[in-house]
Design a protein. Structure first.
Length: 350
């Protein structure tokens, strides 16, 4: 991913909510990343404590947390946030004015995901940019988007169209801002499925994929990577085989989460099962159909060789949420354990 960013001439700022680990963040920065993104302030505080200096929160942080933000800035942390509401921006301006620090701010733009962000088709979009850029106590940096609707695309062509539409919207708003006398220093885009098209997103200055650090079954389903490139697996044990057609693994919703996989084909079940650590071919005849808290209930063919006590590895549907359920990750080379990686930001969702 760093090589891709380099080839496109953009900065890579990985979203650390995927791994929640300062150890992995340092690897990414050593490889060339300019810093990280965090989902919540508590995550940012963990990464700051671990020595990560450049942190962006592409999430609407409530000004009630201004004291925590000022504390990070006072430590020399290069912190930036997003806003999409002029009133919230004004509250941040009041909170920062007189503090001795200025808070870097970007305006979030809705490029089709319809979650957060100003509506680019509304006159309020340009007006919000102009108002935020003029507020004291804030340093306006530019505009930011997340093409999250790339996850529901029906084809690679559709993902390419999402990426094209994303940068077209952002370039248009940046041009309007320039005509209005507002400088747009940064145009930040982010999504692992659409990251492959960054070289076609002329005008972008930054990309913020997160899931790519592990990849998962959804990314395979969306054509973002091949199965052999997926790094995160859950090691599970067969704890019961009450009938020939049903196997129970010790990896329920508190391990795999209930997220379903997405992709262009018919992707079903709660993970892809491999017979052991070293085998690259999944056991396609096993379907994890249901999850309870501690049980994964899988349908198997009667001649399935797995027995109670056997261990398998499961490729999760969504790696980002699996990380948040574990105290540590185990770095392995085949079946050789290299080290344990603490998930220091686990549960820091506030």
């Amino acid at each position: 991913m760093q090589a891709l960013a380099n080839s496109a001439g953009v900065r890579l700022r990985p979203h650390a909510k995927t791994h929640k680990s300062p150890t992995i963040a340092r690897w990414q920065i050593e490889a060339g990343a300019v810093g990280v993104c965090c989902a919540k302030l508590a995550e940012a505080e963990v990464f700051a404590d671990a020595g990560i200096r450049n942190i962006r929160l592409p999430y609407p942080v409530n000004p009630v947390n201004a004291g925590r933000v000022r504390a990070l800035l006072s430590r020399g942390i290069e912190l930036s946030i997003i806003v999409d509401d002029p009133k919230i921006a004004e509250d941040w301006s009041r909170a920062m004015s007189g503090s001795g620090s200025r808070l870097d701010v970007l305006v979030k733009v809705d490029v089709g995901f319809h979650r957060c962000g100003v509506d680019p088709d509304s006159p309020r979009a340009l007006q919000t940019v102009k108002e935020v850029a003029a507020l004291p106590g804030l340093r306006f940096r530019g505009i930011l988007s997340h093409a999250g609707h790339s996850y529901t695309a029906a084809s690679v062509h559709d993902i390419a169209a999402v990426a094209d539409r994303e940068i077209t919207i952002l370039r248009s708003l940046a041009a309007q801002a320039k005509d209005a006398g507002v400088t747009i220093e940064e145009i930040s885009v982010g999504s692992t499925p659409s990251a492959r098209f960054i070289t076609l997103q002329s005008g972008a200055t930054e990309m913020r994929p997160g899931n790519y650090v592990f990849f998962d079954r959804t990314q395979v389903g969306l054509g973002a990577t091949a199965l052999e490139n997926c790094a995160m697996h859950v090691i599970a044990t067969v704890v019961s085989r009450p009938v020939a057609s049903r196997i129970i693994f010790d990896a329920g919703s508190k391990t795999l989460t209930t997220d379903t996989a997405r992709g262009f084909g018919a992707v079903t079940g709660h993970g892809l099962v491999f017979p052991n650590l070293d085998t690259t071919e999944p056991m396609g005849s096993i379907a994890i159909e249901r999850l309870s808290e501690e049980h994964a209930i899988a349908r198997v063919l009667p001649d399935c060789p797995l027995q109670t006590g056997d261990r398998v590895r499961i490729l999760p549907n969504h790696a980002c949420v699996v990380t948040n359920l574990a105290d540590h990750l185990v770095l392995v080379d085949g079946s050789n354990v290299i080290e344990k990686i603490p998930v220091e930001a686990r549960g820091k969702n506030y």
